[in-house]
Design a protein around this ligand. Sequence first.
Ligand code: BDR
Ligand code: CA
Length: 313
Amino acid sequence: MPIPVILDCDPGHDDAMAILLAVAHPAIDLRAVATVAGNQTVEKTALNARRMLSLAGVTGVPVAAGCDRPLAAPLEIGDYVHGESGLDGPAFGEPSVPLDPRHGVDLIHDTLAAAAEPVTVVAIGPLTNIATLLRRHPEDRERIREVVIMGGSTDRGNHTPYAEFNVYADPEAAAEVLGSGVPTTWVGLNVSHQALVTADVLARIEALGTPLARVCVELLTFFGSTYHETWGFPAPPLHDPITVAYLIDPTVMTYERVGLRVELDGPHTRGATVADLHRRMDWEPNANVGIGLDRDRFWDLMIGAIEALGRAS
Ligand code: BDR
Ligand code: CA
């Protein structure tokens, strides 16, 4: 049986690829897409989600715009990585997928309430929508099988020296989701920096020769340029789709069950995640924290998705 999934995202180049993987693979039953302010404003992230679903030829999945700012923190967007549109690189036409008039948090709630079984939430932007959902509808905790999150790091950060962008952007939301009692799995930078879009990966996508593959190459080339300018990376890390790949095939990522905290107060470390990998603290293990990545398997899944969607469109 395919896994029922709600995707909460802020596309974003790597979110865009996560959308493609989620709609392409038969192991995933994508029921709804909510967007959040993060890589760009919520209006732009919603437009970008509609663009990607339209490109993939998927019309039956509702897309709604959720929270337009963090719970408490001021809004900081990731335009220095994702550009003015949030998906700079290719030229997009008008999306055929409409915007659902509901608030993104309501869409998530309605989708959970309508499901016959618990649903997995994949959260690959700041956690504002999910924390808001759990505040408004505490009963939804039982309706969520797990939240698989791209966020945090067991090493250092990217947006600040110690904080990864998604957690930094709304640390209060991340802490609330972590403390909610809903099971969480965290794909941090320590994992995603193993998924670099190297020249051989880009060549494999280009060789597919489809219009969708071309758009992906243009997206990933832009993403590579900002990663190079900002952090000097030789190739950009494709963070977000690892969450979906892990659901499709759990052998893609190894993890450890450890004590995890979100730093809320540190003047220089706010938004950092602190994973007690060596059991130095008196913390109950409360989260699954990603460690290792099967890079080959990950790319086979990701490139296979672009290939399958390209054939179908
Ligand atoms: C995360 O922040 C965004 O730039 C990406 O979309 C990803 O979700 C990486 O820190
Ligand atoms: Ca993202």
